[in-house]
Design a protein around this ligand. Structure first.
Ligand SMILES: Nc1ncnc2c1ncn2[C@@H]1O[C@H](COP(=O)(O)OP(=O)(O)OP(=O)(O)O)[C@@H](O)[C@H]1O
Ligand SMILES: O=P(O)(O)O[C@H]1[C@H](O)[C@H](O)[C@H](OP(=O)(O)O)[C@@H](OP(=O)(O)O)[C@@H]1O
Length: 350
């Protein structure tokens, strides 16, 4: 049985070969896994923007095979990648299904003996299928118990992502801990994380033993604790003063505002391949432009906002490739290490 990972795969500016022009994909691949790509030639009928970016962990998938290393298996355009059909069940929010599971992808997958089957989360998962693999990005106790039940009856069917893997990445405290734990070689770039506190009672922010606001300063950023793909998980606020603070609902994360030139970089990782992109971000805030701002300023998913004409966005230099690759490698090692600990540990994750 082989787990298949579907990816859009476009030749870019004549670049050929398989490692060099993989579309952005967020993922951490484990050893002993095959990544089977579906080549999507540039100019094909598939929309070029199509990206399957699922935070995935492709686990050990070849039950009947000996140890293998991660291999990119570019199927030849004619050869079927596997003698029998592989059924991949997907459970995504409607907006993501619409964005990613396009008819053209379904057709392309079929050419390679891959069948993409929608999962109805309102019906018992165990009664749907059979599946060779499940990809999902849904949350909530009911869905999680469905996944656990399915997995207990189908232990060999990889679930991307396993609940253990997701646990750590959907909480803005444990997620940032991954970065704090990274082991990076010494270099002139510094990797750091903003100071942040989880506040469950706004009276806590300035009590006798600790002045949290004095530590963070204004303006600060208020973020939901959960980063789980729910509608509210990207609902954020710039907080300029105590009055703004009092309007927040708890629990919430209060994070120091760090000026960063109005641009953020996102790195997408698949195996050893890293793609870094530049995105619009919040502008720098200083005495001049923030003194008139009061209370709360809500914002959400600014990284998807369009860039104004004539802004100096394009002039912003990309980070050093080797630095981004080192961070990506360290993140992968840290995540894999954690996953192995989870699998080996008996205690429940908190
Ligand atoms: N500590 C900070 N200082 C300054 N700006 C910040 C800080 N944290 C976040 N931002 C701004 O807020 C945006 C969203 O923050 P973050 O990336 O934590 O949330 P997100 O919802 O995961 O983002 P995305 O919408 O890209 O998924 C960032 O792109 C950046 O513009
Ligand atoms: O184009 P990008 O990768 O910036 O879009 C992101 C988006 O910013 C959010 O991070 C999405 O996360 P959720 O809304 O929590 O699902 C990402 O969703 P994903 O399922 O594609 O990882 C978008 O990629």
């Amino acid at each position: 049985m082989v787990t298949l990972f579907l990816s859009s795969f476009v030749e870019e500016s004549g670049a050929t070969g398989y490692g060099s022009c993989l579309e952005p994909v967020i993922g951490t691949l484990y050893e002993n896994s095959y990544l089977i790509l579906i080549p999507i030639e540039s100019g094909s009928e598939l929309p070029l923007y199509l990206k399957l970016k699922l935070k995935l962990k492709v686990k050990r998938i070849l039950a009947s095979h000996s140890q293998t290393t991660t291999t990119l298996l570019p199927p030849s355009p004619t050869m079927s990648t596997h003698p029998e059909r592989n059924s991949i069940g997907y459970a995504l929010a409607p907006n993501k299904t619409q964005a990613f599971i396009q008819p053209s992808l379904i057709q392309q997958a079929k050419k390679h003996n891959i069948e993409l089957i929608p999962i109805d989360p309102s019906k018992p998962l165990i009664e749907q299928g059979p599946f060779d693999c499940i990809i999902h990005k849904l949350y909530g106790p009911d869905w999680e118990s469905q996944l656990q039940h399915f997995s207990s009856k189908n232990p060999k069917v990889p679930i991307i992502d396993s609940l253990d893997s997701i646990q750590r990445l959907r909480n803005r405290v444990s997620m940032i801990q991954v970065v704090c734990n990274l082991k990076l070689p010494q270099r002139h770039q510094v990797l750091d994380v903003p100071k942040q506190y989880v506040v469950s009672d706004l009276q806590q922010t300035s009590n006798g033993n600790y002045d949290l606001i004095g530590d963070l300063g204004f303006p600060l950023i208020a973020k939901p604790l959960m980063a789980n793909g729910s509608d509210t998980s990207h609902k954020m606020y710039l907080v300029f003063d105590e009055e703004g603070l009092d309007k927040l609902e708890t629990p919430i994360i209060l994070q120091e505002f760090v000026n960063h030139g109005g641009v953020i970089f996102k790195a997408y990782v698949a195996g050893d391949y890293v793609k870094c992109v530049k995105r619009k971000s919040l502008p720098d805030l200083n005495e001049d432009n923030s003194v008139t701002l009061k209370g709360l300023l809500p914002f959400s998913q600014i990284s998807s906002a369009s860039v104004e004409e004539n802004s100096d966005f394009e002039c912003v230099e990309m980070p050093a490739v080797d630095f981004v690759e080192e961070v990506a490698k360290a993140m992968k090692e840290e995540t894999v290490e954690y996953e192995i600990k989870c699998n080996n540990s008996t205690e429940q994750l908190d």
